[in-house]
Design a protein around this ligand. Structure first.
Ligand code: NOJ
Ligand code: CA
Length: 530
C-alpha cells in the first residue's frame, strides 16, 4: 500500500511570509487559509507550516513559549482548527513543526527550572556546574554565534546548555517527566487532526551522557562559520539518538496515517540510519541535493548512492531543494537550472518537499543591514549565513506589496524588487512561466504512478546529461536533464525507444527526437514516455 506521504508532494510554508490577512505586515493562519485554493490548483498534497506557537521570536518561532497554543500574531487555536478543516476539505494534509530540542527561555517550564535548584522542573533542562576554572562545563558551542553553548545563571550558580541562542535552552529528554510532557504535546496536535510533524534538529536532541569535549575541526579556517571550529561529535547524532526517534514514532503510530519527518542534516550513509527498522522517521529529510555540486555526474552519483542505501528495505526516499535555512535554489543555480532542478525534484523517486515561492523561481532578496531580522546575521554579519534573504514575502501579484499585505503597510521583510514580473498572477497567465512548469510537473507526477511511486534506474549518458528511467507495472518514463548551457545530443541506448515527449522545461512542443537520437537544448529537461 502506498501512503499519502509517499506518493504525495509536501509544500513548506514559512508562515510569517505567506499571506498577511490583517494588515500588520506579517503572514498568519487566516492568510494561509485564504490561499488554500492556490495550493489546491498547484496540486500539492500537504503543507508543512514552520512554527506558529507563542514565542518571543528570538529565532522567529523556533523559540517556543507554549507548545499548545498559537501566537496571536498568527491567529488563534480556532484559526488553526479551521485551517486544518479547510485544508482537509481540499485533500491537503497539515504538518506542523515540532521543536523538541529547546524551548524559549520564557517558557514557564524554563522559568520554573531556573527559579531554584530544587524546583521540580530543574532537571527538565540541562544544567551543569562550572568547570574548575569557573568557565563553561565543556567546549560545546552555540550554533548562531559560535561562542560557548552554555550560559551562566548567577542566582542558582550553574550553567544551562543551549545549542542555539541563549534564549533557546535545551530540554533534557533523559528526564522521563519532560519526555512525557513533550510526547503529550504531539498527542495534543494529533488529536486536533494534524497529519504529521517536521521535527526540528531531531539529530541534536540527545547529548553525550558524559558531556565530553568536542574535538577540533582540522579543516576549519578563520572566516568560516565559527561554529564549525569543532566537530560536534558529542552533541549531534550520538548513538542513543535512535531511542529518541523511537519515542516519537511510538506516539505517531498510535494515530493512523500520520507522518514524521526528521530534520536530519547528515550525509546519506548516516541519514538512512534514521529510518531505523521502520520504527523511527518515516522521512528523514534528505538535504543532499542542496549540498552537492550541481553537475550531472555528482547528482547521478548521489541519487544512485541513496537508492543503493535504501535497496532491500521498505524505507521511502525523499528530496529537498530548499527551505527557510538555505539560500533559494534560483539564486544558487540561476533561473535556467532552477527549472531543470524543479523537474529533477518532481521526477526522482521519493517524496518531494517544495519551499514556498520556489515554484515561481523566487530568488534570495538582499536585505539592507538596517532591515536584518535573523539573529544569525546579527551575530555573524556579512558572511552570508543570515536566512532573511530566503524568507521574504510571497509574490502573489503585481500590486503594491505583491498582494502579501495591503498597500501602505511595511512587510516584516522587504519584498523582492522583481515582484511585478515574478508573481503568481502573472505567471499563471504565461504558458512558459516557471509556475506553469511547476504546476505541469506536479500534475504530471500526480497522474503518473511511474513517477510518484515507480522504480528508479539511472542510465549512462554523454557528459553533462543525467538520465533515468521511472517504471511501474507496464509504464516506463525516461527523464533526461541537461545540466549545461550547451546543446547536447544523445544516441539513445538499444531498448530505450521513446513514444512521446510529455514535457520540456521550456514548456513548448520540442522536436528533440530524431530516430533514436535525442537533442537537448541548453538547460533543458525532458520527460518522455517509452
Ligand atoms: C532548524 C530550523 O530549521 C532553524 O530555522 C532554527 O533556527 C533551528 N533549527 C533552531 O530551532
Ligand atoms: Ca498578519
Amino acid at each position: 500500500m502506498t501512503h499519502w506521504w509517499q506518493s504525495g508532494i509536501v509544500y513548506q510554508i514559512y508562515p510569517r511570509s505567506f499571506q498577511d490577512s490583517n494588515g500588520d505586515g506579517i503572514g498568519d493562519l487566516p492568510g494561509i487559509r485564504q490561499r488554500l485554493d492556490y495550493l489546491h490548483w498547484l496540486g500539492v498534497n500537504a503543507i508543512w507550516i514552520s512554527p506558529v506557537y507563542p514565542s518571543p521570536m528570538a529565532d522567529f518561532g523556533y523559540d517556543v513559549s507554549d507548545y499548545r497554543a498559537i501566537h496571536p500574531l498568527f491567529g488563534s487555536l480556532a484559526d488553526m482548527d479551521s485551517l486544518i478543516a479547510a485544508a482537509h476539505q481540499r485533500q491537503i494534509k497539515v504538518i506542523l513543526d515540532f521543536v523538541p530540542n529547546h524551548t524559549s527561555d520564557q517558557h514557564p517550564w524554563f522559568l520554573a527550572s531556573r527559579s531554584a535548584r530544587d524546583n521540580p522542573r530543574r532537571d527538565w533542562y540541562i544544567w551543569r556546574d562550572a568547570a574548575p576554572d569557573g568557565g563553561p562545563p565543556n567546549n560545546w558551542l552555540s550554533r548562531f554565534d559560535g561562542k560557548a553553548g552554555w550560559t551562566w545563571d548567577a542566582p542558582t550558580g550553574q550553567y544551562y546548555l543551549h545549542t542555539f541562542l541563549k534564549e533557546q535552552p535545551d530540554l533534557n529528554w533523559r528526564n522521563p517527566e519532560l519526555r512525557q510532557a513533550m510526547l503529550d504535546v504531539m498527542r495534543f496536535w494529533f488529536d486536533r487532526g494534524v497529519d504529521g510533524f517536521r521535527v526540528d534538529v531531531a539529530y541534536r536532541v540527545l547529548k553525550d551522557a558524559q558531556f565530553r569535549n568536542n574535538p577540533p575541526n582540522p579543516n576549519w579556517q578563520p572566516g568560516m562559520d565559527p561554529f564549525h571550529r569543532l566537530i560536534d561529535k558529542y552533541n549531534r547524532n550520538i548513538p542513543e539518538i535512535h531511542q529518541f526517534n523511537r519515542w516519537l514514532r511510538q506516539v505517531a503510530d498510535a494515530y493512523p496515517g500520520r507522518v514524521l519527518i526528521g530534520e536530519i542534516n547528515l550525509p546519506l550513509p548516516q541519514l538512512v540510519q534514521h529510518y531505523g527498522q521502520g520504527d523511527e522517521f518515516h522521512l528523514p529529510f534528505n538535504f543532499s541535493l542542496i549540498h552537492t555540486a550541481w553537475t550531472a555526474t555528482a547528482v547521478r552519483a548521489l541519487a544512485d548512492q541513496y537508492e543503493g542505501l535504501l535497496a532491500a528495505s521498505a524505507a521511502w526516499p525523499n528530496w529537498v531543494l530548499g527551505n527557510h535555512d538555505q539560500h533559494r535554489v534560483a539564486t544558487r543555480l540561476g533561473p535556467a537550472q532552477a527549472r531543470t532542478a524543479m523537474l529533477l525534484l518532481l521526477t526522482l523517486r521519493g517524496t518531494p518537499t517544495l519551499y514556498y515561492g520556489d515554484e515561481l523561481g523566487m530568488a534570495d532578496v538582499p536585505i539592507p543591514p538596517d532591515q536584518v531580522q535573523d539573529p544569525w546575521e546579527l551575530y555573524v554579519p556579512g558572511q552570508g549565513l543570515g536566512r532573511d534573504p530566503e524568507r521574504t514575502p510571497m509574490q502573489w501579484d503585481g500590486s503594491a506589496n505583491a498582494g502579501f499585505c495591503p498597500a501602505g503597510v511595511t512587510p516584516w521583510l522587504p519584498l523582492a524588487n522583481n515582484y511585478e514580473t515574478v508573481n503568481v498572477a502573472r505567471q499563471q497567465n504565461e504558458p512558459a512561466s516557471m509556475l506553469a512548469l511547476s504546476q505541469a510537473l506536479i500534475h504530471l507526477r500526480q497522474r503518473t504512478p511511474a513517477l510518484n511511486q515507480g522504480s528508479y534506474q539511472s542510465l549512462d549518458t554523454p557528459a553533462g546529461l543525467l538520465a533515468y528511467l521511472r517504471r511501474h507495472d507496464e509504464e516506463s518514463y525516461l527523464v533526461v536533464l541537461n545540466f549545461t548551457a550547451d546543446v547536447c545530443h544523445w544516441q539513445l541506448p538499444a531498448g530505450v525507444t521513446p513514444q512521446a515527449i510529455l514535457l520540456s522545461t521550456h514548456m513548448d512542443q520540442p522536436t528533440a527526437l530524431a530516430g533514436s537520437s535525442l537533442h537537448l537544448r541548453p538547460n533543458e529537461g525532458l520527460v518522455l514516455r517509452i
